[in-house]
Write a protein that binds this ligand. Structure first.
Ligand code: SF4
Ligand code: SF4
Length: 376
């Protein structure tokens, strides 16, 4: 089986600007076919952490909202609360952050923000998936309650999964707090004593009080650690690391099983969009973003969540790396940029496993949209 993945580059003319081209892309990818009148449609995005600027620009999300409305469906913007201490760990601060980053009732053409797992991340629905690692998964109820799903993901590097795209936007992004804990439960980092400078950043941001000090060196209490990974991204000396080979494959598999759970009642009712722009090396959950590793590429849309991530990874890897970023190896076109960033993470495992459990296919046909121009 081969899936169609529709692609628009970022070239425009006076005949059609980028938001208009995006509308053409989502129509071509079949948005209309997944919606019927009055469908409550969850538009799953990442609003960006405060201080991060790599998330998808609101002007594009508004255009998607408007296109959904044209088909007489009722869109709402959604994401689930985070596990770690940040500006999106409860609905109130999550919505404040969304508004600060440009996603408000007025700027989104009156589409409301409804946080999927409620005020404190406890509003969840248990879904039976019967897979290798999880029998049940725990998903933010408002995503489960929605009639249709449009996932709009920012495709970029990610510390735990190599890259983050559609599959992560859905599997991790729609999970309730309990679901997120479940996925991370086998991930407990280690601290390199030799390079730890005792700055206390990890302790300050650890949500479960799992970090203590012996002298001026930090250490982790495994019994308290919930595996959120926050200490890894906060450490200024890169002293906190994961035991990748043992834990990451299971983490990736669980994330795919969660994706399966989210999509279980939305067969033929979902569309997936990846923005391959501002391709930062790390997650948008950070309160900053480092320089993009390759140039902006474009936007993809597909009904297959595996094919779209495979195509996105391929498009990034075909690029030549930009100079002066944290990516120091695999710089040439065709070399694996995500392996260059995270050599110990086998990002392909998530796609392999997703295909194996029936989420979609890694085989795709890239259908390129022509850039419209006036005939001379
Ligand atoms: S020690 Fe565990 S719980 Fe604390 S920040 Fe690190 S990964 Fe998260
Ligand atoms: S953030 Fe890093 S350097 Fe600072 S105390 Fe924690 S492990 Fe040590």
């Amino acid at each position: 089986m081969t899936a169609d993945v529709f692609f628009m580059d970022l070239e425009t003319t006076s005949k059609e600007n980028l938001p208009q081209k995006l509308t053409r892309l989502v129509k071509r990818a079949g948005l209309k076919n997944i919606l019927v009148n009055n469908d409550l449609t969850a538009v799953k995005i990442h609003f960006g952490e405060q201080g991060n600027t790599a998330y998808i620009r609101p002007v594009f999300i508004r255009k998607i909202i408007q296109t959904i409305k044209k088909y007489k469906a009722s869109p709402f913007l959604t994401d689930a609360n985070t596990l770690y201490v940040g500006t999106r760990s409860n609905s109130v601060s999550h919505i404040h952050t969304a508004i600060e980053n440009g996603f408000s009732y007025s700027s989104m053409d009156t589409a409301p923000i409804i946080i999927a797992d409620g005020l404190m991340g406890k509003s969840e629905t248990k879904i039976n998936v019967n897979q290798k690692n999880c029998s049940n998964v725990f998903i933010g109820s408002e995503v489960v309650n929605a009639n249709a799903l449009v996932s709009v993901a920012h495709f970029k590097g990610h510390e735990l999964s190599g890259f983050g795209g559609t599959l992560k936007n859905i599997g991790m992004g729609c999970a309730s707090r309990r679901g997120k804990l479940d996925m991370h439960s086998n991930v407990c980092p280690k601290i390199k004593r030799k390079t730890c400078i005792g700055c206390g950043e990890c302790e300050k941001h650890c949500p479960s009080g799992a970090i203590n000090f012996k002298g001026k060196k930090a250490y982790i209490n495994k019994n308290k650690c919930i595996g959120c990974g926050e200490c890894i991204v906060r450490c200024p000396t890169e002293s906190v690391n994961i035991n990748w080979n043992q834990t990451v494959p299971v983490f990736l598999e669980k994330m795919m099983e969660y994706t399966l759970g989210v999509l279980k009642n939305k067969k033929e009712k979902s569309l997936f969009i990846n923005f391959i722009t501002d391709i930062s090396p790390k997650c948008d959950c950070l309160s900053y973003n480092q320089s993009p590793i390759v140039n902006n590429i474009g936007v993809l849309a597909s009904k297959d969540p595996v094919a779209i991530d495979q195509a996105s990874a391929d498009l990034v890897n075909q690029q030549e790396a930009l100079p002066g970023t944290i990516l120091e190896t695999n710089l040439k076109p065709g070399e694996d940029k995500f392996k260059g960033l995270y050599p110990d993470v086998d990002w392909e495992h998530q796609l392999d496993y997703a295909q194996k459990i029936g989420l979609g296919t890694r085989k795709y046909r890239l259908v390129k949209l022509k850039t419209l121009s006036y005939k001379k």
